[in-house]
Design a protein around this ligand. Structure first.
Ligand SMILES: *Cc1c(COP(=O)(O)O)cnc(C)c1O
Length: 295
């Protein structure tokens, strides 16, 4: 089978701010797993790629926006594990560093207008109707097999935590964590930080992925900073401060909003004193390539 071995330590972040609030914060360093098959994308691709191999498929077909971490991860994973890759990109034809990297890993890009992009299954059926070799992977890697990969985060932990935080795009990572916490019965409260406006839809998505009410899940809807890939000066200032003080790089689209939320909630005393908190660093640092002018 495909070798998905990797390194993702669990380390404490010693910030004076956390100490003042008597909260211990740890980070699961999934950002260290791989520079391009980054963080949760690695976990989300593991089982779909194994399934594709098992079915004898030789080509991965997937979908994303022009700065998509998932497109890049799929392109690199294809190169690593011996699949051809094909990416439908939302919107008009453009060029940027992330798409360039996708092409370097030999992904074939196909730009589609926003209207057609909406129906991914239809796109797949139209372009790959007669293909025996194509394997469908949803936008952002969303799906059950992907959530199973994310569940493995909880198996790797060296201690139990009162709180666990992750960023949410499709909700797949949150779903995986919820399933793991439920299996382990460790009583951890799970927090999702949607990076899009109107992140309430995440609740429905995780139910579709098999998450029931057994786990205490809180969605924090007010940390999107204007919407997906939107940012504000206070977020940028926070990222600079955090990176300087911890040596851990974060970016504005996902992990910046995530760590900002953790900071803010601790400041508001919504995390009780003496609590332990785990933050899942889901990687995605190539997102910085499109944001450097903000710093
Ligand atoms: C894709 C991505 C997410 C979103 O994960 P979902 O499982 O879709 O919720 C979070 N963080 C980073 C860094 C990502 O690249």
């Amino acid at each position: 089978m495909l070798d998905f071995d990797f390194y993702s330590p669990e380390e404490e972040i010693a910030l004076p701010f956390y100490e003042e609030h008597r909260v211990r914060v740890f980070v699961k360093r999934d950002d260290l797993i791989h520079p391009y098959i980054s963080g949760n994308k690695w976990r989300k691709l593991k089982y779909p790629l194994q399934q594709a191999k098992k079915e004898g498929k030789s080509r991965l077909v997937t979908f994303g926006g022009a700065w998509s971490n998932h497109l890049l991860a799929t392109a690199c994973a294809g190169a690593k594990f011996g699949f051809r890759t094909y990416g439908f990109v939302r919107g008009e034809t453009i060029d940027n560093p992330v798409l360039k990297l996708c092409q370097l890993f030999d992904m074939e890009l196909h730009f589609v207008d926003r209207e057609s992009y909406r129906d991914k299954k239809a796109l797949f059926d139209i372009h790959f109707a007669n293909s025996e070799e194509a394997y469908f992977i949803d936008e952002g890697g969303y799906g059950l097999l992907a959530a199973q990969g994310c569940t493995e985060i909880t198996n790797e932990l060296h201690r139990t935590y009162d709180h666990c935080f992750c960023a949410c795009g499709t909700g797949t990572t949150l779903a995986g964590l919820a399933l793991g916490i439920n299996t382990q019965q460790c009583g951890t409260t799970l927090h999702g930080v949607p990076v899009l406006k109107g992140g309430d839809f995440i609740r429905d998505e995780i139910v579709k992925l098999g998450v029931l009410n057994a786990v205490d899940i809180r969605l924090h809807l007010d940390y999107h900073f204007g919407g997906y890939a939107k940012t504000k000066p206070e977020l940028i200032e926070f990222i600079k401060m955090f990176t300087r003080q911890t040596s851990i790089l974060i970016e504005p689209t996902y992990t910046g909003k995530l760590f900002y939320a953790v900071h803010d909630l601790i400041g508001q005393k919504q995390i009780a004193e003496e609590s332990t908190v785990l933050v899942v660093h889901s990687g995605g640092l190539t997102g910085l390539l499109g944001m450097l002018d903000k710093f």
